[in-house]
Design a protein around this ligand. Structure first.
Ligand SMILES: [Cu+2]
Length: 457
């Protein structure tokens, strides 16, 4: 029996269990386990037999598998607007270093805030590894208060789980803690602060973890991670308000609001995987894709058996979960992908105005323009096009909607991005707007067409 083996645990009364078994009893147990394979299974083995997790490596305590390498063992994930955390290998262990610290973060051009992040950014860099890898993650705390890191969804020893006070002491200011565990699963997981959670997550202390299978049945051509979060940045404030509970005004994919979200560029026919995570404080996000449909293939609990996968064009990603979807990029074009909650696809200034839809502002305009020659009441006919007007904005604010598009202004903000599917992607750089084949763009109906089809106006 190996030193450190689980079966060597002590009973409350005294001697280790193994010491109380006779040699004959132990031999009988071993023989039965070998013959039947059903006795003396660890809980992890039981879960593995049920197909809920990958089988733990039988010799994980003695031998670390060869660390997985990008390209050779997996197709590296793409983190739009983000980066992957570098590692180096020491004695077969992948060594990572996260630094929790105050950062300067740009939600979109014109809106810069002081947030808290890892290694200079929010979300922190994506941690990427392979099932069976042993990880050693150093966490240095440069925040003004203690912190800790929880590895969300990772199956690991209790003392590595990161809940301050429960699993470990908080990491003091300026201290560096070491986490170490072997990955015995694959999937889309996350990491986030687990000390003063409400404040530390509201200020940005979060990131994604991607664990690739050791022997994948198939690889996607492109593999993306998008982490959703929500923020309250009052106009003119220099940092997010972590006390906000309901009225969030910036909804982000990987820390950015549209138009700052980087488009996902896809070659026609590619097999694509997108891993959505949600570490918003309060909001679930129904993520909707246009022009395509996908299958939900995994959650943060693991893979969904193929027979149980279901097709969707909108996938709800609840708070504190991941949802992995796969599809074939079979429809060329520029396709919106966004949270379907309408307040989650507009920015800061759009949430708290007075409702003027249907009001007649002409009397007010006449009076006010005597004092302010440029005065004009807005919003009485709706709020479309407001971002386009290029009004001067207060410091610490961005336009409530949008960015320039190929057919005018795109009246969207917040948790909105674009999938660009092309027959030929440019090498490096962004694909230009899609050129629709002639006759395939919605346009004003002609009088002849209306007459032909019996549409009376
Ligand atoms: Cu949403």
């Amino acid at each position: 029996m190996r030193k450190g083996d689980d079966s060597m645990h002590s009973t409350p009364g005294g001697a280790p269990v193994a010491a109380r078994l006779s040699r004959r009893e132990m031999m009988c147990q071993s023989a039965a386990a070998l013959a039947g394979g059903a006795m003396a299974l660890s809980p992890a083995s039981v879960l593995a037999q049920q197909g809920l997790i990958e089988a733990p490596p039988a010799d994980s305590a003695d031998r670390t598998p060869m660390p997985g390498q990008p390209d050779r063992d997996y197709t590296p994930v793409i983190t739009p607007n983000g980066v992957t955390l570098p590692f180096h290998i020491v004695d077969g262990v992948k060594v990572f270093h996260l630094v929790a610290e105050p950062i300067t973060h740009e939600f979109a051009p014109g809106l810069v805030s002081t947030c808290w992040g890892y290694n200079g950014r929010t979300p922190g860099p994506t941690i990427e590894a392979v099932e069976g890898d042993r990880l050693r993650i150093y966490v240095t705390n440069k925040l003004p208060e203690p912190t800790s890191v929880h590895w969300h969804g990772v199956l690991l020893p209790s003392g590595m789980d990161g809940v301050a006070g429960l699993n470990q002491a908080p990491i003091p200011v300026n201290a560096t803690f070491k986490y170490e565990f072997t990955l015995r699963q694959h999937g889309t997981l996350m990491y986030h602060a687990h000390y003063d959670e409400m404040v530390q997550q509201a200020l940005g202390l979060m990131g994604m973890i991607v664990v690739h299978p050791r022997h994948p049945a198939r690889r996607p051509d492109r593999d993306f991670v998008l982490l959703s979060s929500e923020w309250r940045v009052p106009i003119g404030a220099s940092r997010p308000d972590p006390n906000e509970m309901t009225d969030f005004n910036l909804l982000t994919f990987n820390g950015k609001v549209f138009p700052a979200t980087e488009p996902l560029q896809l070659q026609l026919g590619e097999r694509v995987r997108i891993r959505f995570g949600n570490l918003s404080a309060m909001s679930h996000h129904p993520i909707h894709v246009h022009g395509l449909r996908w299958r939900v293939v995994a959650t943060d609990g693991g893979d969904i058996a193929e027979a149980s996968q279901w097709p969707e064009a909108t996938t709800l990603v609840p708070v504190g979960t991941t949802r992995t979807v796969e599809f074939v990029a079979d429809n060329p074009g520029d396709w919106a992908m966004h949270c379907h909650m309408t307040h989650h696809v507009m920015n800061q200034m759009g949430h708290s105005g007075t409702n003027l839809v249907g009001a007649d502002p002409s009397a007010i305009d006449a009076l006010a323009s005597k004092l302010l020659p440029d005065y004009m009441t807005m919003g009485d006919t709706g709020m479309g096009g407001m971002g386009e007007m290029g009004m001067p904005l207060p410091v610490g604010a961005i336009s409530m909607l949008g960015g320039a598009g190929p057919h005018g202004y795109i009246d969207m903000g917040g948790m909105f991005t674009i999938l660009k599917i092309r027959e030929h992607l440019p090498v490096g750089g962004d694909a230009a707007w899609y050129k629709n084949p002639p006759g395939t763009v919605a346009a004003e109906a002609t009088a002849d067409e209306l007459h032909r089809d019996g549409i009376a106006l």
